[in-house]
Design a protein around this ligand. Sequence first.
Ligand SMILES: [Zn+2]
Length: 357
Amino acid sequence: MNFEFATAARIVFGAGKLAELPAITGAFGTRILFVHARSALTVAPALPECFPFLVTGEPTLELVRAGVRLARQERCEVVVGLGGGSVIDTGKAIAALLTNGGDPLDYVEVVGKGQAITKPGVPFIAIPTTAGTGAEVTRNAVLFSPEHHVKVSLRGQHLLARVALVDPESTHGLPPAVTASTGLDALTQLIEPFVSCKANPLTDAICREGMMRVARSLRRAFDTGAPDARADMALASLFGGLALANAGLGAVHGFAAPLGGMYDAPHGALCAALLPAVFEMNARLAPNRERFDEVRRLTGDLPELCRALGVKRLREFGVRRAEFPIIIEKAAAASSMKGNPVALTPEQLGEILEQAW
Ligand SMILES: [Zn+2]
């Protein structure tokens, strides 16, 4: 048995903990680049010498360049990211580029030079306002390159946040559709690392605990928004991030990466559309079948859960059958696919798409 486990230097979790943000940032410096979504301003506590940087929609390479320019101009010592996965990933990328220099394209794979990020970034504090991506504890930043029409990642240990501050109260205002899609992303990020060929005993324990919490609380968070259900989902999302950063993902995310670049659809909604079909295919073919039985015991019937949460089919996001071959080709090459418990053939990938379409 060999494994390594890396995460944020400090994780602070609890209702009302956002109020501690001024004290947490104060330990690193006073000039703060505050990367945020529009909605996040209503929950943010006041910070001295705070330079706001708004993220709308998908974070692009250009957006990261603009953030780095602003942070340099204002001599920022700390970067805070308050928002969903897009905002947190933007903050991570800015914090890393501030010390490593150069352009985002120097560090991304496929469309860039793929250089390693070698230096620790400016201290970065990640505060999620959705319960799904777990981006507060992952070591990659997903960015969109409009010119290449593809999502690319900056990766490495130095992208880990210095502090992950998870306050379930900051997810209280989420509309049901966002609760559903982000919650199913969290669930996918607990199932895929659990059945992954890179799973280890530490991520296993985290995944079991997270799946149990999603099973008992996602429908209630969707139906009623009850605070205790929200807290379970915020924790499940954090656990999904811890698990995926250390045990990898699988075919759901292998598909979600290219689909997210090709179609205007929320990441969580794409994962939700694909999850049941990928799960069934893997359960049939993978060598570690007992793992799939355990997931079924912990989570219950996945297709039924997806129906109850109003999950859409791929065709409803504009995915066209004619593009299946290119989707299959890109998914097979996606880095998440390496964690899938069994190597899937192009025919099997096609069958999954057909099921989810
Ligand atoms: Zn995901």
